[in-house]
Ligand binder design. Structure first.
Ligand code: PLP
Length: 284
């Protein structure tokens, strides 16, 4: 019976917030967060500070705009909700998901909850991770919209290949982004990544581009033919949970990304940037 199928839940911790109301995690219904269209953000909390909150909120508003909606709550209300959730659960280092849906109805929903979060162990930063190429394109690449069937299919493929991430290849044979991350390639100390129009504009991607430039590296935001992967010295993933994560292999091809000096430089600079942001936000 269809209604007896239990949708796996991603909620973590004891309480969540729905439209400002505190509810126990046992009342959380995953399927209510995936109705179409649902826009979302995943924000990493470090030492009780939602990392790069302002940029996440800006992207949430943009995702809504792409779908012709406006944010139905004050930005300050959303920020308060995050801090309330952190306090309620006394959870200071984990990821929070914000989901907004029901926008065509009178029951607009704002879900704010901790999600089961996985961060790469040190060993994966030191050795890199395995990835696969996967032919797919996300509709509306700039919008962060929940696309359950895409997510289920790619998760299955990654599990079969024991891959950390799938690198998407579009119909033009170009590498665009990861299934839940952005992708950068490095050749001769130049960083390459897909143009903004073709990808989800990752908060980490944006920060990483700025950092590369500050560090004196050239960055080319241009279409990356899949064949370029054969020439790259190294490549890496960027995202809220992985931060800057070197890639050790793409299908059968092996890379020394974790020891590439440009990638190492950037990885250290990104970690320092996070610490700086947390420190600054903690004293505010
Ligand atoms: N690209 C896609 C398709 C994503 O789903 C995500 C994160 O979920 C990212 C990129 C990385 O974005 P951010 O750096 O904001 O976590």
């Amino acid at each position: 019976m269809a209604d007896s199928i239990k949708v796996p839940t991603e909620i973590a911790q004891q309480y969540f917030l729905l439209n400002g109301n505190i509810l126990p995690a046992s009342d959380f219904k995953q399927e209510e967060t995936t109705i179409f269209p649902s826009v979302y953000e995943v924000i990493r909390v470090i030492d009780g500070v939602p990392l790069f909150f302002e940029e996440h909120l800006e992207r949430l508003v943009k995702s809504l705009e792409i779908l012709n909606y406006t944010l139905p709550w004050d930005e300050s209300f959303i920020k308060d909700q995050l801090y309330r959730l952190i306090d309620l659960n006394q959870c200071y280092n984990y990821n929070i998901k914000i989901v907004i849906n029901g926008l065509d109805t009178e029951n607009k929903n704002l879900f704010v909850y901790f999600i089961t979060s996985k961060y790469p162990p040190q060993e994966q930063y030191e050795n890199g991770v395995h990835t696969i190429l996967y032919e797919a394109e996300r509709e509306n690449p700039n919008a962060k919209v929940i696309a359950k069937s895409f997510r289920d299919a790619v998760t299955k493929k990654m599990a079969e290949s024991n891959a950390y991430e799938a690198i998407l290849v579009n119909q033009k044979g170009e590498i665009t982004e990861g299934s839940k991350s952005n992708i950068f390639l490095v050749k001769d100390n130049v960083f390459y990544t897909s143009p903004a129009k073709d990808v989800l504009l990752g908060i980490t991607r944006h920060r990483v581009i700025q950092l590369c430039l500050q560090l004196g590296y050239a960055v080319k935001e241009e279409a990356v033919p899949a064949s370029f992967i054969q020439e790259a010295d190294g490549l890496f993933i960027t995202g809220t949970s992985p931060k800057v994560l070197p890639i050790a292999s793409v299908d059968d091809r092996v890379y020394h990304s974790s020891s590439n000096s440009a990638i190492l430089d950037l990885r250290r600079a990104y970690d320092a940037l996070i610490q700086e942001y947390i420190k600054k936000s903690s004293v505010e």
